[in-house]
Design a protein around this ligand. Sequence first.
Ligand code: NAD
Length: 496
Amino acid sequence: MTMLTRIPHIIGGKEASDSNRFGPVFNPATGEQTGEVALADASTVERAVSTAEAALPGWRATGLAKRTAIFFKLREIITSRQEELAEVISLEHGKVPSDAAGEIARGLENVEFCAGLLHHMKGEFLEQAASGINVHQTRQPVGVVACITPFNFPAMVPLWMVTAAIAAGNTVILKPSERDPSSANWIVKAFHEAGLPDGVLNVVHGDKDTVEAIIDAPAVKAVSFVGSTPIAQSIYQRATSQGKRCQALGGAKNHMVVMPDADLDAAADAAISAGFGSAGERCMAISVVVPVGDIADELVQKIQDRIGELKVGPGTNPENEMGPVITAQAKERIEGLIAGANDSGATVLVDGREADLPAEGYFVGPTLIDHVKPGMPVYDEEIFGPVLVVSRTDSFDEAVSLINSNRYANGTAVFTRDGRTAREFEFNIEVGMVGINVPIPVPIGAFSFGGWKDSLFGDTHIYGPEAFNFYTRRKVVTQRWPLASESQINLGFPTN
Ligand code: NAD
């Protein structure tokens, strides 16, 4: 029997496992329980929040140049030890290390963006707004910020949030997914090694009760959340009903339109990469392929041929391209959806339940389901597994209206060689992030990330420039320095 690792909170720079409740942590590639994570109760949350509150005055007064240096150092630490972090991710999430390395690279973009915080924190100044009057605007931190993250990017999503929150002078309570909590602890330790003072970034592990205690804590002024749509919506309602600012990113169903003029081999490669990378457990994964016109048979055949060549297995073998899904329950749910597909009128072309897979662990083979339509569970639900569905359309307009009718609007892509079609797609599609011949259009760190409709509750996208709006309050100062002789009483509303 393996010795279970106990995964602690980190509060004020110190590890703490004082909890009556623990949650199991598994290695999804073997199905073996490897650890147990402390699940914080209200008193632990209170301690973490008051620690963050106590650290706030010192941190918001820390010079920006000193903050900047921490981000440069953090970049060095993560870059030089990224294989170690990739292994931590892979052992609890199951994604293969090469995929984990990609997640770290995308997370690092946020560290790099925040190393430019001198620029991002700059305000505005207007000289002589009226006679003898200058106006300037500054950015100040909002206070203690809560960052609640999902299992599928245990390093990248925490880095999306905590980097800008800290750069802007806030202090943070990070509550990662209880299914793969160790990456968050790794990141917090790296921040400390880079010189971040104790108490600025605290990690508190837990579940629903923990999250609710964090959101309700009066000192918590802003909430960043990424996870599934029903939880995102409830978090948004809970936080905003208490007057707190909230950005809550939810689930997705991302469509990839393939036009008749597209290079079908390139489109098939893209569908495979974006559909089955990370076992489909990406909020920007392609889950619906939408061929337009009579290329459908040929495209579907090309995707099917490629599926046969995918190497599925544990990340400990570097040849494997796709790992398991996160839990036994996730595997069961995904397999249930595949099982019902034929009865709902779709055609299962490749059934991942019949693939040659490792006996242990939560593996589901890559699955391809054709002739899928709205109203079928495999279309309506976010499957969040290695399942690509194909919804055939007769025209570009039909493809656009299919996508615009979907409740989710995170990402989408069009594959075409025609600039006019691409332009029409970009203009008319009601989705937050659009790829043109790019299947997973996750914006680089200098832009912000966010979907529309049920993929995001709130009005601010995450990371990049919008993060510095979310994590700061703007203060506008109007000043004049009149001569004493100019002073007079005037009960009218001041005009220029
Ligand atoms: P989840 O909603 O189950 O959990 C997310 C976080 O919320 C976790 O920290 C979890 O502990 C907490 N939580 C769970 N239930 C809760 C409840 N009832 N009340 C309060 N907090 C609760 O999501 P997940 O399964 O960890 O992640 C997968 C989901 O996240 C998918 O739907 C995926 O599309 C979505 N996601 C979206 C984005 C995006 O940018 N839009 C990015 C990554 C993942």
